[in-house]
Design a protein around this ligand. Structure first.
Ligand SMILES: NC(=O)c1ccc[n+]([C@@H]2O[C@H](COP(=O)([O-])OP(=O)(O)OC[C@H]3O[C@@H](n4cnc5c(N)ncnc54)[C@H](OP(=O)(O)O)[C@@H]3O)[C@@H](O)[C@H]2O)c1
Length: 238
């Protein structure tokens, strides 16, 4: 039984990770802003009262991260897997991610949630990850962050840049943590129909994507650290 910490567990891929990891017998710390507000999470808690902990966490808020750490470190002294999944597509209420429409505040907000927060999560929860055996940090990235593949399609500045920068954080963490035996990867979930904007026509369902990503995570060894994979285990270019 692994001890798994998932951010953004209220809906979309984070909720699916929570459901699948619980179904496989693991202990899950499912973090979300106001988890009690999400009926499906509350139902899941009724099904798995001993193996699911719902944790109130806004990943972009230092005080909230500190509180979540206090709560979790009271429950466990180690973690096997941290999934930095929480992410946003828009920094504000409307799309303004192309030339001529850019809003500085929205750009900063996307970076705060998609890039800075995952690193700060690692910074805070590192003591628990160090106590785990062969522990793993998974940063949910995106093919939008692939600089190599950017050719014809413009726009999407802040989202793409936030994920490209997250990939650099993955690589740098992998260098810092290899001696600790901690594997750090970025993963692209595919284009998946979730509650995220622009996914209504996506070909993949969360069940398929998450099941694929779980296989990738299950098969990780330290030699894979610092790599960028897709949900099927193919290595992605940076
Ligand atoms: N779906 C795709 O096609 C796709 C493709 C590539 C990459 N991704 C990445 O996959 C990850 C999950 O996306 P998704 O499609 O599942 O999106 P989603 O359905 O919109 O879910 C996003 C999750 O992130 C949480 N979140 C947002 N801001 C947060 C914050 N400040 N603190 C804590 N939680 C926060 C949301 O919680 P609340 O309910 O509290 O808002 C929600 O649980 C993201 O990193 C996304 O960039 C998705």
């Amino acid at each position: 039984m692994k001890r798994i910490f998932i951010t953004g567990a209220s809906r979309g891929l984070g909720f699916e990770f929570t459901k699948q990891y619980l179904g496989k017998g693991n202990l899950v710390f499912a973090c979300s802003r106001n988890p009690e507000k999400y009926p499906e999470l509350v139902e899941l808690k009724k099904t798995y009262p001993d193996r699911l902990a719902l944790v109130d966490l806004d990943v972009s808020d230092k005080g909230s991260r500190n509180k979540a750490f206090d709560f979790i470190s009271n429950e466990t002294d180690y973690l096997d897997i941290l999934i930095n999944n929480a992410g946003i597509r828009f920094g504000g209420k409307k799309y303004c991610d192309e030339l001529g429409k850019l809003e500085e505040e929205d750009f900063s907000r996307i970076f705060q949630v998609n890039t800075v927060a995952p690193l700060m999560m690692v910074e805070k929860f590192l003591p628990l990850l160090k106590n785990g055996k062969n522990s793993v940090i998974v940063n949910i990235s995106s093919s939008s962050g692939c600089i190599t593949r950017r050719s014809k399609k413009g726009g999407g500045y802040s989202y793409s840049a936030s994920k490209a920068a997250l990939n650099m954080i993955t690589k740098t963490l992998s260098v810092d943590l290899v001696e600790e035996g901690i594997t750090v990867i970025s993963i692209h979930p595919g284009w998946v129909k979730t509650t995220m904007e622009y996914t209504t026509n996506a070909p993949l369902l969360p069940e398929e994507s998450v099941s694929g990503m779980r296989d990738v995570i299950y098969n990780l060894v330290i030699e894979n650290t610092g790599k960028f994979f897709d949900w099927q285990g193919n290595e992605m270019p940076w």
